[in-house]
Design a protein around this ligand. Structure first.
Ligand SMILES: [Ca+2]
Ligand SMILES: [Ca+2]
Length: 554
């Protein structure tokens, strides 16, 4: 099984040297990292975790034998067994397991762990991988049909990521499998393999469907994926309600944008009530996205609703309360209380400019008053509804610390931190992981990636140029193809699932249903405005569900 000898010099030159400095920095923080990695919260919510043994993995950090060892203690390899070996470096302890070969390869490094109780176990690993043709994953195989894997996301080459995968043990033993199938010169690194009782699960597998009602009114049609049973025979494939297709794909939550008095009458309170009824019929949770504007609100614009333009700051507090309460009460009265309400949208620069701006000049007191008013309206209307505060730039932990330090000083009550994460604007998946892990621990809050998306093509179908249409805008490792979009969604979900203490609740795909339908452009004041997002929807140019949707099923 084991080969003897391998071109170690070539290996070191190929995949190790460039990362040495970063690896040493990571070693320094090892103690902190270990302290944060527990599963107490996850395990408490899990069936079968109580009293489970904490199993020991032999040589979990690949540090027992030094460098260049083809058969690290405790592990065995199958497949291209010259392609796995220890190297200096690693996330911690000085050494790591590497998968690499000068030729195309496929290798498994595995270890069977014995003495397990019946119940769920979660495997956590530190990983990183090259960005090319590299199919690599960490698997936990407990036999009897209980096996699961998590693919290695792609980040910057110097960024170690933490990933988790859970499976149910029923026969006392499970196998840890570290796998890479790569083209020549591709590589993966593994370190700090850890097995704990409990399961890591996402509760919110969501899609923003704010555009859907208007799309359907204007003739937009949606179809199941091309390989679904309904569509195998082309002529038998009939349009279905998009929410049905999304629900069948695993979407268990929807996000809906609310403007106060929009120019075209869409995305207002009445539409929210209608869409919430539809979503609840599919068993979907409802996240209400209050913009406190008549138009888009984001870091570049946070304009007051026209009806509020002349209000002084104290009157704005009342207006925020009244609008929030009115929207919430409407949902409550029709029997669809909101599950989550986010107060404002992408509040980096505050809201209700200029009164609630965070820097031009800053007025955290006003912003705190507005958000506290929204929170108290929700508490009065629907105490079980959870309150979210949402920023863009999900890879910018400095921004999040600055903003949430200030807003917590104002005493604003909230439950969940929401983050937008678009890799072409907001950094790598490593940046996202660092920020989510940091803010959830720093403020003791759950986190949700409340907006994310990725193109399935660089082509467009209407006249409006797409926001993402150039190869240089893409994230390394993720092609603008249906498969690349699916891999990106899969890996965002993996990052959220790995947030320590089970604080990563899930993610919402934005705007899943915004296909190119004439009249449904970005500007509610201009029916001729086009769609700059149709290559990032979860439905292709024919309206068929894309494979990324099925990533929400797990
Ligand atoms: Ca190590
Ligand atoms: Ca377009």
């Amino acid at each position: 099984m084991r080969r003897t000898g391998h071109p170690l010099g070539a290996l070191l030159g190929a995949s190790t040297v460039a990362f040495a400095a970063v690896t040493f920095a990571a070693v320094t923080f090892a103690a902190v990292t270990f302290a944060a990695v527990t599963f107490a919260r996850v395990a408490s919510a899990n069936d079968g975790a109580g009293g489970a043994s904490t199993p020991a993995i032999a040589n979990p950090g690949f540090d027992a034998d030094g460098t260049g060892v083809a058969a690290p203690s405790g592990w065995s390899s199958t497949g291209s067994d010259a392609a796995d070996f220890t190297e200096t470096g690693g996330y911690a302890g000085g050494f790591q397991l590497s998968h690499w070969s000068a030729e195309a390869f496929a290798v498994d490094t595995r270890q069977e762990v014995r003495g397990l109780s019946d119940g769920w176990y979660t495997l956590r690993a530190r990983v990183r991988r090259s960005a090319g043709q590299n199919e690599s994953f960490v698997a936990l195989d407990c036999g009897r049909g209980s096996a699961a894997r998590v693919h290695l996301p792609v980040a910057w080459p110097d960024q170690w990521l933490s990933v988790v995968v859970s499976a149910r043990s029923s026969r006392g033993r499970c196998s840890v499998v570290l796998h890479t199938a790569g083209a020549a010169g591709e590589w993966s690194n593994f370190d700090e393999i850890e097995l704990s009782p409990g399961a890591a699960r996402l509760s919110l597998l969501g899609a923003d469907v704010s555009s859907l009602n208007k799309s359907e009114d204007l003739g937009g049609e949606y179809f199941p994926s091309a390989d679904s049973p309904e569509c195998r025979c082309e002529e038998e494939c009939e349009a279905q309600p998009a929410l049905s297709i999304l629900a069948d794909g695993g979407i268990n939550a929807v996000r809906l944008r609310v403007w106060v008095d929009p120019a075209d009458g869409y995305h207002d309170r009445a539409e929210l009530l209608r869409m919430a009824r539809r979503a609840k019929r599919h068993g979907q949770a409802v996240l209400v996205d209050l913009h406190y504007s008549d138009f888009w609100a984001d870091p570049g614009r946070q304009n007051k609703p026209a009806a509020w333009a002349e209000l002084a700051a104290p009157e704005l507090v009342q207006a925020v309360y009244d609008h929030t309460f009115d929207v919430c009460r409407g949902l409550l009265r029709q029997g669809t209380p909101p599950d989550i309400v986010q107060l404002g949208n992408e509040l980096n620069s505050g809201m209700l400019w200029p009164d609630g701006h965070t820097w031009d000049p800053p007025n955290w007191e006003n912003l705190g008053d507005y958000l506290a008013a929204g929170a108290s309206a929700i508490a009065a209307c629907s105490p079980s509804t959870r309150i979210m505060l949402h920023l863009a730039n999900g890879g910018d932990s400095g921004l999040y610390q600055w903003w949430f330090d200030n807003i917590t000083q104002q005493g604003v009550p909230f439950d969940i931190i929401g983050a937008s994460f678009y890799p072409y604007w907001h950094g790598s998946l490593g940046d996202l992981q660092r920020n989510l892990n940091d803010v959830s621990a720093r403020y003791g809050k759950d986190v949700v990636v409340v907006e994310t998306a990725y193109p399935f093509t660089l082509d467009g179908v209407d006249a409006a140029p797409n926001l993402i249409g150039l190869p240089e805008q893409l994230a390394p490792g993720y092609a603008a193809t249906p498969e690349g979009q699916a891999a990106f969604v899969r890996d965002v979900l993996a990052i959220v699932r790995a947030v320590p203490e089970g604080r990563g609740l899930g993610a919402f795909y934005w705007d899943a249903t915004w296909t190119a339908v004439e009249g449904n452009g970005w500007d509610p004041t201009d029916p001729a405005s086009g769609n700059s997002w149709e290559n990032q929807a979860l439905f292709d140019f024919e309206g068929r569900a894309l494979p990324a949707l099925s990533e929400f099923r797990r």
